[in-house]
Design a protein around this ligand. Structure first.
Ligand SMILES: Cc1cc2nc3c(=O)[nH]c(=O)nc-3n(C[C@H](O)[C@H](O)[C@H](O)COP(=O)(O)OP(=O)(O)OC[C@H]3O[C@@H](n4cnc5c(N)ncnc54)[C@H](O)[C@@H]3O)c2cc1C
Length: 343
């Protein structure tokens, strides 16, 4: 029998950021990394403190942004790479009223650090009314992050590439197959809906589509945002996405959303491009826009870390630290994020 402090179920942002925190606090753990579709793996990885429709900000945006440098430099000590790419968001203005709104909001205390008053004109795309820069915004190299985290944790014997089987938990003895554990932490994104212990939680799948496109032209070095984000992945390879949809829970590509993406791209990029890949997956959203952390109401050894919504990187990195303190040091959870709010 193998003894571990924690079994983590899920290899997305929630699972891997938490694994990092547990490693840091010298806990023993394994991660069950299943074959289910993962929103994290196709995400744009954008870390943006501003809601780009209204030019407002959101709960804990500043502390979350500040924490990025900390966590990614800690991770760099063992993967030998820093995944933060400090290319800011350049938001193309749709009309003059938006520019006025941006300037007005840029004087507010909470937005001052983020809404730059110096507008830019991008060379490679249509932006007749210029673009606003979100200072401090950035993105992560999503593919590099997951490849390296998987490889590192695999080399340390932490990864089990298998689907976790809920029926095989012996709760009263804290045994799962050939493991004894103190806690199981479920980090399954939308697949929590199939988890018999937490399936009643109001985690709503929000389906996103994105494109990988080939463009044989230099594009300004920003995360260019009009309807969706456009940025460079590597030479001639670009990410464009993602869409939002709450109505369709199938894992199939929906042509309507591909059309939405094509129209969105054509609206500001007028040259030739070729679609290389279309991908789709789900965000695990919660209507109150707070993540879900905490303990099962009946089984003290079952925990949850979910509901990262559209901000898997910011919520995942920051709240993995909160979750780790809760697990390891029994710190209190803010009632706004505690799973207790649903029981
Ligand atoms: C198109 C798109 C673009 C996005 N862009 C951004 C962005 O720019 N910035 C940002 O911060 N966020 C973005 N997101 C949101 C982000 O991807 C989500 O918040 C994030 O995926 C949530 O991570 P998670 O670990 O909770 O869930 P997931 O990524 O869904 O991971 C869950 C994991 O659990 C595993 N799993 C489930 N059940 C089991 C089981 N029984 N046994 C073993 N393993 C299991 C799955 O295989 C999966 O690996 C985007 C999402 C989409 C879809």
């Amino acid at each position: 029998m193998n003894q571990v402090d924690y079994i983590i179920v899920g290899g997305g942002f929630a699972g891997f950021f938490l694994a990092h925190q547990l490693k840091k606090s010298n806990a023993s753990f394994v991660i069950f990394n299943g074959s289910q579709i993962s929103g994290s793996h196709i995400s744009a990885g954008v870390c943006n403190p501003v809601i780009l429709k209204r030019f407002s900000t959101f709960w804990k945006s500043k502390v979350q942004m500040d924490y990025l440098d900390t966590i990614f430099s800690e991770i760099e000590t063992y993967t030998r790479k820093n995944y933060l790419i400090k290319e800011p968001v350049a938001r193309i203005f749709h009309d003059q009223a938006e520019k006025v709104q941006w300037l007005r909001n840029s004087d507010k205390d909470d937005l001052k650090p983020f809404l730059s008053q110096d507008f830019v004109t991008l060379e490679s795309v249509e932006n007749p009314l210029e673009s606003g820069i979100v200072s401090g915004s950035c993105r992560i190299d999503v593919e590099g992050f997951f490849n390296d985290m998987r490889t590192y944790f695999e080399s340390q014997g932490h990864i089990i590439n298998d689907n976790f089987d809920y029926d095989s938990i012996d709760l009263s003895n804290s045994v799962y197959k050939n493991f004894t554990f103190k806690n199981i932490i479920f980090c399954e994104g939308i697949h929590v809906n199939q988890n018999p212990f937490f399936s009643t939680l109001p985690v709503v799948p929000n389906k996103g589509h994105c494109l990988e496109v080939e463009i044989n032209q230099e594009i300004d070095p920003f995360i260019i945002k009009k309807k969706h984000f456009l940025f460079s992945l590597s030479k001639n390879r670009f990410y464009y996405g993602g869409t939002y949809g709450r109505l369709d829970n199938s894992e199939e590509i929906d042509p309507e959303f591909v059309e939405e993406l094509e129209n969105g791209l054509k609206a500001f990029y007028k040259n030739q491009y070729e679609i290389v890949k279309v991908k789709t997956a789900f965000r695990a959203t919660v209507d109150d826009r707070r993540p879900i952390l905490g303990t099962h109401p009946e089984y003290d050894n079952l925990k949850i870390f979910n509901g990262l919504g559209a901000r898997g990187v910011l919520n995942g990195s920051y709240f993995s630290n909160v979750m780790c303190d809760y697990l390891q040091h029994k710190t209190e959870l803010d009632p706004e994020i505690d799973v207790k709010r649903f029981y």
